[in-house]
Ligand binder design. Structure first.
Ligand code: ZN
Length: 68
């Protein structure tokens, strides 16, 4: 069994008033941000993310360790 580190971001971390339990997990922060932006576009109709939201997402990213 190996332990791997992932970056994780939840929709609620960025939008606490929202009722969205979406969580994204990827190997790099860039990938998390990309997937998060994609989710915002698909599920929240946010074509572009305002800089303050992007910044909030970036600081909310957590590093988690997962047994793989
Ligand atoms: Zn969401």
């Amino acid at each position: 069994m190996a332990v791997k580190q992932f970056k994780q971001l939840g929709c609620l971390d960025v939008n606490p008033q929202g009722d969205c339990a979406f969580q994204v997990r990827a190997e790099t922060e860039e990938e998390v941000m990309r997937l998060g932006a994609e989710h915002a576009k698909l599920c929240h109709k946010a074509e572009t993310l305002p800089p303050d939201i992007v910044e909030r997402a970036r600081v909310a990213i957590k590093t988690v360790t997962v047994n793989v």
